[in-house]
Design a protein around this ligand. Structure first.
Ligand code: BGC
Length: 755
């Protein structure tokens, strides 16, 4: 006890000493700074097209020398970063080092699955490890700050950036955010960790109509119960920075939203780091209708934003605003201090070249070991959506026809926001299948079969950032014909279809979520051959694949699995890895059902479970309320059975802990992983409550015939929620405790929790 107290005392004392030391240091730096130099620290220009040696003569080089730059982003390689840093620390008056950021979103050169895919692993160790490897590679290449994790809850798959987040659930989102921050930051005193920047604060994923950058307007209970928890998770894990989002929130753009950036973030959550805008977020407030650049820059600073990405509103207007009394010296000083603190915490004042070790860059990036881990992780993120008559796994024998525009396109494998990837080193599906299948004598043949889409302009829009789709100018029928003849004599057809990498991601909203028509025609032709068809689905979002689900015998959803995805898909198709991913978003039947999410409210006229149309019930004339695949859904090559749910008591009282258990048995004949999910329904509340909410999950591994008892501890913390008056508490009464393999197929026990 005494020893524990002494340890805690000395940790606190050390922290106090460290922070006193940091304050003293920063005070001394700031005492030498002019107003212009302070404003310079708040400025984050993009790196433009700086190439080695060019920085010296570029406009950015000049600004750095004049102390008008706080950091740079998306500049790649130690050589370039070192040169730019050298200008800052040798040629600027105060020699303050720059901070170097990058969108290291799902890996660096070794690319992991897109974040939506990673979340489908439900494996926090895996997710943390992916961030750790990303940090080690990025830091070896000069980067010390990443614009990640992106944790925006999204319930609208029309929104392209759903690919970058962790799906629709706030509980899962909270856990993933924490894991990512821990993975990136670890111990920032080391040179292989980097500072995280949680984004986009806030509610960017609730853009109306799924159209990127669009308005959000939301009640406070929904905001706090359903959308804010993941950002809070990142802050709880100690994220060093936060990025303000582009959208407006209840009438005020997030970039000038004092309620979000100060009241919630700093006062309620105790965030101590700095807030950076998104790309020209301040300038865009002019289009939002908030005033001219001088006005909106002052608004942003006053709201609690500290660094201005690209737009230079702070740099060019705050001096005048200070003169006019529109901002205060204290507000400028505070912003400057927070940026300097970040640099201090990263150790840049001690060693500005801490992340500029050329040897590390040569030996620690895109290593065989990292790639091997990426391959394994990718396989754990794929979701088996359908597997009629155990068509999968396929044999490494006979003739396998790989068909489809995504079958032989390596550059598309890493997916959206893979800024540092070497596209020419990514592994295509065809290469992956050939390399794994050939070893055992399978014959692999390939035909493209169709373009991504018939519409050339759409195809061009969906192939930006170097991930182009070389277009085949033959007629669609000719391409299908060729595919049919390539498939003749094949034992199985692997149809590689879906979206290109840039059909999701930023500014890639879609109003139609079908597989593009050209590909659908191809799929129909392949099915007509009568041969078994496996659809390997590439996508950055839930698609509307009701028809495919009804007509294709096997569907494996592989998202964009990263640089090693080609091998990973082969590992799963051939059964070397048993798939275990589960969806973290609901997959609708049609766009008309959106937003469709599992944790919805009941309404006063709910449709009875399993029914479709009933007049004067909350439903549609032309489609049932059901999704094609519910949240939490995913199959395995083995099967699992769930026992009934047992609870330690059906009448818990006050702060008593309740334990819910279930026994899960592997009833198939392969070893497999299962994600066991706990949901709670608050049957009677002071406010209307969701029909169920995820409150726990565990990923277990079982050999054939083996069983495991999985238990979840439930406390009244799991019952609390924000009410319409914003009080945060729970009400006694009836609760349904549900456990199952997905959000739909659950077993339930009712309990009555009294105060
Ligand atoms: C995106 C951010 C990104 C930033 C810097 C913006 O367009 O919204 O997510 O971090 O660019 O590249």
């Amino acid at each position: 006890m005494l020893i524990g107290a002494v340890i805690i005392f000395s940790i606190t004392a050390n922290a106090q000493q460290n922070s006193a030391k940091m304050n003293a240091f920063i005070n001394s730096v700031m005492s030498k700074m002019t107003l212009d130099e302070k404003l310079g620290q708040l400025n984050l220009p993009g790196s433009g097209d700086i190439v080695t040696g060019q920085a010296k003569s570029s406009d950015i080089g000049k600004k750095i020398r004049e102390g008008k730059v706080g950091g740079l982003f998306n500049i790649k390689s130690v050589a370039k970063i070192k040169e730019v840093q050298r200008i800052a620390v040798e040629e600027s008056r105060l020699k303050i080092p720059l901070i170097f950021g990058m969108d290291v979103i799902h890996g660096y050169e070794t690319v992991f699955p897109i974040p939506l895919g990673l979340s489908c692993s439900w494996d926090m160790n895996l997710i943390q490890r992916s961030a750790q490897i990303a940090a080690s590679e990025a830091s070896a290449d000069g980067i010390c700050w990443t614009f990640s994790p992106m944790v925006d809850i999204a319930r609208d798959p029309r929104w392209g950036r759903i690919a970058e987040g962790n799906g629709e659930d706030p509980y899962l989102g909270y856990q993933v955010a924490k894991a990512m921050v821990n993975g990136y930051q670890g111990d920032l005193s080391k040179n292989n960790n980097i500072m995280a920047c949680v984004k986009h604060f806030a509610l960017y994923g609730a853009a109306e109509a799924g159209r990127d950058y669009n308005t959000t307007d939301m009640s406070y209970p929904r905001m706090f119960n359903e959308y804010l928890p993941p950002y809070k998770g990142a802050v709880d894990a100690g994220a060093g920075s936060v990025m303000a989002s582009f959208n407006d929130v209840n009438g005020i753009p997030a970039t000038a939203n004092k309620f979000l950036q100060t009241d919630v973030l700093r006062k309620q959550w105790g965030f101590k780091g700095f807030v950076v805008t998104d790309y020209t977020g301040i300038n865009e407030m002019e289009a939002h209708g908030m005033g001219d650049l001088k006005t909106v820059s002052a608004l942003a600073l006053k709201a609690g934003v500290h660094m201005d990405m690209v737009g230079e509103g702070f740099l060019t207007t705050l001096k005048q605003s200070l003169k006019e009394g529109k901002v205060t010296q204290a507000e400028i000083d505070n912003a400057c201090r927070l940026i300097l603190e970040a640099k201090y915490k990263l150790g840049l004042f001690d060693n500005p070249y801490k992340y500029c070790d050329e040897n590390r860059a040569k030996t620690e990036v895109f290593t065989n070991a990292n790639r091997a881990e990426a391959r394994k992780m990718a396989a754990d993120c794929f979701v088996l959506l359908k597997n009629q008559n155990d068509l999968l796994p396929i044999k490494k024998a006979g003739k396998i026809a790989v068909v489809g525009p995504l079958g032989n396109n390596a550059a598309n494998m890493p997916g959206t926001w893979s800024v540092a990837a070497n596209f020419d080193k990514a592994v295509s599906l065809l290469d992956g299948i050939t390399s794994v299948g050939h070893q055992h004598g399978a014959e692999i043949v390939y035909a493209k079969g169709s373009n991504l889409d018939d519409d050339t302009l759409f195809e061009a829009r969906a192939g930006m950032f170097g991930k182009s789709f070389p277009r085949d100018n033959r007629l669609p029928e000719e391409m299908i014909h060729e595919a049919e003849s390539v498939c003749s004599g094949a034992d199985v057809i692997v149809a590689a279809l879906g979206e290109s990498a840039e059909m999701s991601g930023e500014s890639s909203s879609r109003s139609d979520l079908n597989i593009p028509l050209a590909q659908k025609r191809l799929l129909q032709a392949l099915l007509k051959t009568g041969k078994p068809v496996v659809l390997v689905l590439f996508t950055g979002r839930p698609l509307t694949i009701k028809w495919e689900n009804e007509n294709v015998p096997a569907i494996l959803n592989v998202w964009f699995g990263g640089s090693e995805a080609g091998y990973a898909v082969a590992d799963v198709l051939f059964g070397d890895v048993n798939p275990s991913g589960k969806l973290t978003t609901t997959w609708p039947q049609t766009v008309g059902q959106i937003p469709l999410y599992y944790n919805h409210k009941n309404t006063g006229r709910p449709l009875p479970e399993g029914k479709w149309f009933q007049k004067f019930r909350s439903n549609y004339l032309d489609v049932s309320n059901d999704p094609v695949y519910p949240f939490g859904y995913g199959l395995s090559y083995t099967t699992f059975s769930y026992s009934d749910v047992k609870v330690s008591t059906t009448a818990p009282k006050g702060s008593q802990k309740l334990t819910a258990t279930v026994t899960v048995t592997n009833t198939g004949n392969r070893e497999g992983k299962e994600i066991v999910q706990l949901y709670i329904h608050d049957v009677v509340g002071a406010n209307t409550r969701p029909v169920k909410e995820l409150k726990g999950f565990q990923k277990i591994q079982l050999k054939p015939g083996e069983n495991k008892t999985v238990s979840f501890d439930i406390t009244t913390d799991d019952l609390k929620y924000y009410h319409t008056d914003m009080s945060y508490n729970w009400e006694p009464g009836e609760f349904e405790i549900m456990i199952g393999p997905n959000s739909k197929d659950v077993k339930m026990v009712k309990i009555n929790w009294t105060k």
